[in-house]
Design a protein around this ligand. Structure first.
Ligand SMILES: NC(=O)CC[C@H](N)C(=O)O
Length: 213
């Protein structure tokens, strides 16, 4: 595959997908960034971003559109980045899920805790260092009713970002960004800043993974 041309899909069933598409238009290696709502669109992309929003709603819509199984199959193999609600969807397990449980895409071998910081008004912005991904320059991370990684279930999961300060009940050092093989997950919303370095990281990661296939 020529490394200057991948098609990135952004799951567009619910949530902040437009913002991701705007960020991706600034990445030179992205040939096209498309909203994904159908199986046909999913089959046409090289990698996928699952945006923030509301994971319970996203799961219900995915089920209603017959997208649950195609998405589960996709994320097993293809590079995928889940942000906030997208991170919850990517996980194998979520605590604080709605009563009766909620459908997940079951790929990332972690337990996520939903709504770790409380309600919308407990949203906050904080600087995070992600040294393996971004070197020394911190990233302004926006947390909106955000989850955290509560438990890591496999040695393949690498923590690449941790909270630097305590927030309410949540301790400093809590994991908020992880990589596992072809999967990347962040508890915050990188598409709501002007900083596209994490989008660049994901595109580079996806290209590397696809070249190894
Ligand atoms: N900003 C977000 O994506 C919030 C996630 C939401 N609290 C959920 O459980 O799905």
């Amino acid at each position: 595959m020529a490394s200057a041309c991948i098609t990135v899909g952004v799951l567009a069933l619910q949530g902040a997908f437009i913002e991701h598409i705007h960020m991706l238009t600034r990445i030179p290696q992205v040939k096209e960034a498309i909203p994904v709502r159908t199986e046909e669109q999913l089959n046409s992309v090289d990698c996928l971003i699952i945006p923030g929003g509301e994971s319970t709603a996203m799961a219900l819509i995915a089920e209603r559109c017959n997208m649950l199984e195609p998405l589960r199959a996709f994320v097993q193999k293809k590079p995928t980045w889940g942000t906030c609600a997208g991170m919850i969807m990517l996980a194998k397990e979520a605590t604080g899920a709605k009563r009766g449980g909620q459908q997940l895409f079951n790929a990332l071998d972690v337990v996520v805790q939903r709504n770790q910081f409380g309600s919308q008004k407990e949203s906050f912005q904080t600087k995070l260092h992600l040294p393996e991904l971004l070197g020394d320059v911190p990233f302004d991370a926006v947390f909106i009713r955000a989850p955290v990684i509560a438990e890591i279930k496999s040695p393949k999961v690498k923590i690449v970002g941790r909270l630097e300060q305590k927030h309410g009940q949540t301790e400093a050092e809590t994991a908020v960004a992880v990589v596992e093989d072809h999967l990347f997950a962040t508890a915050f919303h990188p598409e709501l800043t002007n900083d596209n370095r994490l989008h660049q990281f994901f595109v580079d990661m996806a290209i590397k993974h696809l070249e190894q296939q």
